[in-house]
Write a protein that binds this ligand. Sequence first.
Ligand SMILES: Nc1ncnc2c1ncn2[C@@H]1O[C@H](COP(=O)(O)OP(=O)(O)O)[C@@H](O)[C@H]1O
Ligand SMILES: [Mg+2]
Length: 404
Amino acid sequence: MGSVFQINEVTKEKSGIERLTLTDFRNYPFLRFEPHFGPVVITGENGSGKTNILEAISFLTPGRGLRGAKLSDIKRITPALQTEDQIVVNKPFSWAVNACILKNGETYELATAAQKNLHEDEEENRTFERRIVQIDNEKVSTQAELGKYFSAIWVTPSMDRIFTGGPQPRRSFLDRIVYTFDLEHAKRTAVFEHLYKEWYRLLKSGKADNMWLSTIEEQMAQTGVAIAAARREVVARLNTFITNDPDDVFPDLSLNLNGKIEQLLDTKPAIDVEDEYLSLLYQGRKKVSNGESVEGVNHTDFEVYYKTKQMPANLCSTGEQKSLLLSIILAQTKCQILDKGFAPVLLLDEVTTHLDDQKRDALLSKICDLNLQAFITSTEPQNFKTIEKQTQFFSIKNAHIKEK
Ligand SMILES: Nc1ncnc2c1ncn2[C@@H]1O[C@H](COP(=O)(O)OP(=O)(O)O)[C@@H](O)[C@H]1O
Ligand SMILES: [Mg+2]
């Protein structure tokens, strides 16, 4: 734990949420609360809205939040009989999250909302939604701007299965880690996804124009190599950190990128890898038409290896997998504090599931040591006895929150 001193030098200046307000967000018509800057435990029955609060906070970062939700699913669905608010107001936003945050002791106002826009070519009231972001009451053009002021790292129950099954969730997990180090990465991955869809659609349509395909392929190769390079940098950074500063409770591990483009960057300069990617895509045209997949950064796997046990993560027990995940999260949190100079907020949804008592208590005490804000949901408040003094407890009932 050699870095704790350096970390505490950063975290003595508070970063996180001072006041959070939700409007028409999931099960909340209106919710406002003021958490403190330490562990914040949120309890309540199943379905009371604990995860919804963490999801709202996750929308203060770029992307689709911790559920990867569709914007239209988030607006509060009102019971059929209570239609008054639909009649009375025509709000410009279908839902909103507002937060007064601190970054190293300085205050900022962040806001995000789904804005209703009218389809231009429609006379009827058909609308589509877009997520807009404001910082200190000024609209900003990209969600990536949020990353300059606020950062959140989350662990959700669906991540308990991240090491088993296909690579897609692991790749997204990695890309989210990369965003927090490199704000441009969110834009890159979105651009690549868009280009790939367009390329695929053109090839499938059978009406693709050669010039147009080449233009898209060039942009894909360029963006793809930038994605691979950013992933490599962050994985190397985390591996070095874990080797030099291993955790005393959570498993030691090594991280590996298994992807064609990332591996090519081991042996060649980026400019040559771009050329190679371009020819892969050119050859891939036929593959797409035949329904085969084409190698590239959208197939990369993020592999985790439990060093002491000499075991790949997918063969570890459920509890071990959870501990490996938390090892990565702890390393990411510490690296990020050291690199960015401000603390992220942790969003830990039912995080104690699958952990034995010793690991659970160790995790909680590490969160206290890091001296940052952590929102932890649980149905069992007795799990937090060991950190009771440092913790603020809230309970949720009927879409209202109350400090205990
Ligand atoms: N758009 C929505 N409008 C109203 N309620 C919603 C919406 N989306 C989800 N919910 C409800 O939110 C409730 C709480 O969800 P959640 O936060 O996941 O609960 P938990 O406390 O178990 O984590 C669920 O009962 C769900 O039906
Ligand atoms: Mg939940």
